[in-house]
Design a protein around this ligand. Sequence first.
Ligand code: NDP
Length: 382
Amino acid sequence: MKKRRVVVLGATGSIGESAAKVARDIPGRMEIVGMSANRNLEKLAVQAAEFQPPALCVTDETRLPELRGMLTYRPEIYAGEEGLVALATRPEADMVLIAIVGTGGLRPALAAIEAGKDIAVASKEILVMAGEIIMAAARRKGVNVLPVDSEHNAIFQCLENREPAEVRRLILTASGGPFRKTPAAQLADVTPADALKHPTWQMGAKITIDSATLFNKGLEMIEARWLFDVEMARVEVVVHPQSIVHSMVEFIDGSVLAQLSHSDMCFPIQYAVTWPQRIANSLRPLDFASVARLEFEAPRYADFPALDLARRAGETGGALPAVMNAANEIAVEAFLCGKIAFPRIWGVVRQVMDEHRSVAREGLDAILMADSQARARAAELL
Ligand code: NDP
């Protein structure tokens, strides 16, 4: 099997770092041929020195000379959204890992597909926003969309190309986040620092807050709907505090398959890169005796409305998932800056969703317009 030449969009983030670990661990099977960063040029320069990719991209064009000065070799350096598209379509790449937080990876992902490259998707926001469009483009071009989100990677492993008609339910596991046992009345008093203490995963700030509100699981329900072509009614959530079972598929014959491992994003990233093969690595194996217990419980739907809001968005379709996602991004930023209380996150998202008038099967332009209107409306409400 040949080596995968991978462009990593969002190389300096938590997923980007895990991708670098995988590339170090299986150098015969993964080579990083492009990297992008937003602000953290120091980290990008260190990573670039190690992997020497022929091309890099930064968000801000005015910082190009600064980055040049930090580098020990002379790669091509692109800037801005156009730069991300150029990086994602480089001829030497055969896979693009989308690990930019939020929706900034959408256009580069579509460009990579058009250029005939497989995409490995960590950025769930782009599938929530435009899952139907991305999957249709990938089918048309005959390229693969490989899920990196641990739950979807688990489902992908359980499904192994089975038909959607053989699936009774996709069961996404949720850790429950830091407030799994916090009484509803106390949620108004939690601080960003409390919400950033995830019990089982080390991740970027935005997804960690999403895990605390359960919007992360809500986004994942919609992500699963598009990735696996299964309608929302067959996508369920169960709380599993140990984060060892990453998700499950119940088939129509009643059998349930699950995928288990430690909570380390290197597992799903490696599987996306080496699929359809499995190859040996240095990751820590599971010791069932020390894990001891695997528990499951129902989510607290009434106290964490994100799940019901996401189900509504996914069932309604059109631009409503994009509206939900956009309002959530703005509300999370406001919460992280200390501007709003924690429950206000879903309060704002609900209000922006209630005000949106959705039309089914909207095109990309309508979705992008709804996204920016939702951001503006959420900002106004804050
Ligand atoms: P981080 O915040 O750790 O990293 C985000 C990356 O995106 C950084 O490289 C950052 O650059 C870059 N970035 C931020 N804003 C922009 C922008 N406007 N334009 C271009 N690049 C930008 O996030 P995570 O790695 O945690 O998450 C990335 C994505 O993966 C998210 O969509 C998340 O939901 C998803 N995901 C993450 C998991 C995890 O374990 N972390 C698990 C499953 C999914 P810089 O560092 O320079 O600011």
